[in-house]
Ligand binder design. Sequence first.
Ligand code: 5GP
Length: 252
Amino acid sequence: MARRKKIYEGKAKILYEGPEPGTLVQYFKDDATAFNAEKRATIDGKGVLNNRLSEFFMSGLNAIGVPTHFIRRLNMREQLIRSVEIIPLEVVIRNVAAGSISKRLGIEEGTALPRPIVEFYYKDDTLGDPLVAEEHVITFGWASQQDLDDMVALGLRVNDFLSGLMMGVGIKLVDFKIEIGRIWEGDYMRLIVADEISPDSCRLWDMKTGQKLDKDVFRRDLGDLADAYTEVAKRLGVLPDQGTVSGPTLVN
Ligand code: 5GP
């Protein structure tokens, strides 16, 4: 049997050549990293959960007319996606101060922001993904002014969609990161949401207790990451109530 071609391997995912031109297969690993890969672990079941959750968010976005790379899920760990030219920027949208904005600007974690803030970080591991201004993005040619306007609009639409979805299941969407890619349709270029949307790239706090249900559980050693992600998946109806993907199942 022919071995499929690996296109790219990142910290949490692998991309393989897809079955048709313009497609890729995205494989979700169980690996977790934080602090620019200084902290690493393998978390049983994380890849399965993120594959399911990213499918859930991206297919919902597709359904309301926000274009994403997601085509269909193939199996427990893989999904078929459109191949895009990734813009080398992480787009972070914040509703509540936490993480790096709290550290950088001394704003207490949990402070509600008067309006969502959209930030751009230059994707470069050797530099630690630095925060950049629109001036940098345009001067260094990472994206055009039109791209930036489209990226802000896409980010805010994703924010509205995800915030509402999360609020419906008692979870506050504190912030999240998305990546955006270019696709060409004939002579026209469009920007679409790419990469993944999962608790790896969001901050999710239980609205009643404040319990963290995202990758901060791993970053800050707050408990079992797979349990936190399973809770998010169950509340959203992505897994059946009794479902778990991390532990063995006892069959009588
Ligand atoms: P912060 O800038 O506070 O560290 O992160 C803001 C949000 O973006 C958080 O939800 C965080 O999980 C997400 N984020 C920022 N950088 C990355 C990254 O390199 N990988 C992932 N998975 N998420 C990120």
